[in-house]
Ligand binder design. Structure first.
Ligand code: ACM
Length: 537
């Protein structure tokens, strides 16, 4: 009972009295509870083999209802002798309550078919719960290594099981363009695949000498967005401008700085790092990307649209007559202001269409519209500055919640990148910096863990980097934990013992506490380890 993860606000239970689910247990859905009803019947129905019929048949019932008196995304779960009363503050809260209900049924409730002779027994209990943050995110980089659609749907299920509600979908980068844009077909015909791929960090001598690629059709995206919405998850698309754009330039050479290099010679990038080949600051390029965003807005109903804005090298603009003429015409001071001008252009463009821009913290460097939000990745500083300037902030500092970074110091850690950030380090991550006033803290709308996939060539590698740390992250994002030093990590580890059994049943290739299994290692593949403690140590 106390094994629920993320930890609920209040739990009381009776360990010696139970409600048993059986073939006659009904699932009775009140008004506005259809999504959770569908999910429970499909998911618990598959795991238990029980019909969960819509009207009562003498075997008790799971009753779903809404009560606007409960908090946003909150729920109350009561297991009584005659059945389960699950009540949501809204439809999302009800769904998060259903996730808790599944956990109470034990690890076999996470399977897709029933094991023989299992009992589905719930201890009598009362749980009251609500999230700390409204943005509880996971960023998936499907550009560096493509994750086929099935894998994305699977990640949405894994997110839902952890009560995470924002998928930040990093769809474009130097190494690949992953979303079909009908008016610019070469973005995927050319931009969605590369001839070979660097295996390991960019200093590695190894190559995977086979083509890598893939993209989502617009119908795939519609399916992903709808599947997410059924799970109360918002998909926030990212199209990265004006840097991280080599795949787009390889597809349409006129997008690049044609007066500096021969952009027709560029291919989708096959190695890692920050490409110097960035977009040209021309009207034609702005119109091209407005077209991209027009199609994107049709596909993604999210309030926020992410425009990247990170790591744009300025060398080409410094030697481009076209870029310099633009700087002069706009009376800008330098290339940094030129970047800010591009970001502001899309800020205004999105605002006019009822959306809000979000970008990496570099976008702060030129002034933003009031509604724009900042994803603080280079530490806390960008987020602090943004919150003080009145912008909403999603905290995702690379020193804390970049899940590509290695999770142990050992030699066996596969392709070790970045800092050592253990499960405990993530558990002690605090999204709201102490230096913010209560008013400023209100601008920290949430937090997100970021998964960059340069050295994650398949789903197993993604799982290994993401789990178990995403469980600790989920508790940081959902539960009202005390200050980092006061967090009861031993109690979290006890909950994790139960959670590993759930992850096993789900088929997640997590990193076991004792270290990688033989087939999870990548002997001889060069990484780029960095030393340094997390900022809260
Ligand atoms: C980033 O890691 N470049 C946002």
């Amino acid at each position: 009972m106390s094994d629920v993860l993320p930890q609920p606000q209040q739990v009381s239970s009776q360990e010696d009295a139970f409600f048993d689910l059986g073939p006659d247990t009904a699932l009775v859905a009140g008004e506005g509870t259809g999504r959770t009803e569908r999910w429970l019947r499909a998911t618990l129905g598959a795991a238990t083999g029980l019909p969960l019929a819509p009207s009562a048949g003498g075997g008790g019932a799971i009753r779903l209802a809404l009560d606007a008196g409960l908090p946003d995304e909150g729920y109350r779960l009561v297991v009584a002798p005659e059945g389960v009363h699950l009540t949501g503050g809204d439809a999302a809260g009800l769904f998060w309550g259903a996730q808790t209900l599944r956990q109470l049924l034990g690890p076999n409730a996470f399977r897709r078919a029933p094991l023989p002779d299992r009992r589905w027994r719930l201890p009598l209990a009362r749980i009251e719960d609500a999230p700390r943050f409204r943005w509880r995110g996971l960023m998936l980089d499907v550009a560096r290594h493509f994750m086929p659609k099935d894998g994305v749907l699977r990640y949405l299920d894994l997110m839902a099981a952890h009560k995470l509600n924002v998928l930040h979908f990093h769809l474009t980068d130097d190494q690949g363009w992953r979303v079909e844009i009908k008016r610019h077909p070469k973005l995927t015909e050319t931009g969605s695949w590369r001839a070979r791929t660097k295996y390991g960090h960019r200093a590695s001598p190894l190559w995977e000498d086979k083509p890598h690629g893939g993209y989502y059709t617009q119908d795939d995206i519609r399916e992903i967005v709808a599947y997410a919405a059924e799970r109360h998850i918002t998909v926030v698309p990212e199209i990265d401008v004006p840097g991280h754009s080599q795949a787009a330039i390889a597809a349409y050479p006129e997008l690049g700085n044609t007066d500096v290099i021969d952009t027709t010679a560029l291919a989708v990038w096959d190695t890692w790092g920050v490409s110097p080949n960035v977009l040209a600051p021309t009207d034609a390029v702005l119109r091209f990307y407005e077209g991209v965003f027009e199609e994107l807005l049709e596909l993604f109903p999210s309030e926020f649209v992410h425009i990247g804005g990170d790591e744009c090298p300025k060398e080409q603009w410094r030697s481009s007559a076209t870029a310099q003429a633009r700087i002069e015409e706009l009376a800008l001071a330098n290339e940094d202001e030129l970047q800010a001008w591009i970001i502001q252009h899309f800020d205004t463009w999105l605002t006019e269409r009822g959306r809000r821009l979000i970008g990496w913290d570099e976008i702060l460097e030129g002034g933003l519209a009031k509604g724009a939000a900042v994803a603080s990745w280079r530490g806390y500083a960008g987020g602090v500055a943004a919150a003080r300037a009145g912008h909403d902030v999603v905290m995702c500092p690379e020193q804390q919640v970049y899940l590509d970074h290695r999770q142990a110091p050992g030699e066996d850690e596969p392709v070790p990148i970045g800092f050592v950030r253990t499960l405990e380090d993530v558990y002690r991550f605090e999204p709201v910096p102490a230096e913010l006033t209560p008013d400023e803290s209100g601008h920290v709308i949430g937090t997100q863990a970021n998964v960059w996939t340069e050295v994650m060539e398949n789903q197993g590698r993604v799982d290994y980097q993401v789990f178990p740390r995403l469980a600790a992250f989920a508790e940081v994002a959902w539960s009202a934990l005390p200050a980092p030093a006061e967090r009861d990590y031993a109690a979290f580890e006890r909950r994790m013992a139960a959670h590993y059994r759930r992850l096993d049943a789900l088929g997640v290739d997590y990193r076991p506490p004792a270290g990688p299994l033989p087939w999870q290692r990548r002997p001889g593949v060069l990484g780029r380890p960095i030393d340094g403690p997390p900022p809260n140590k």
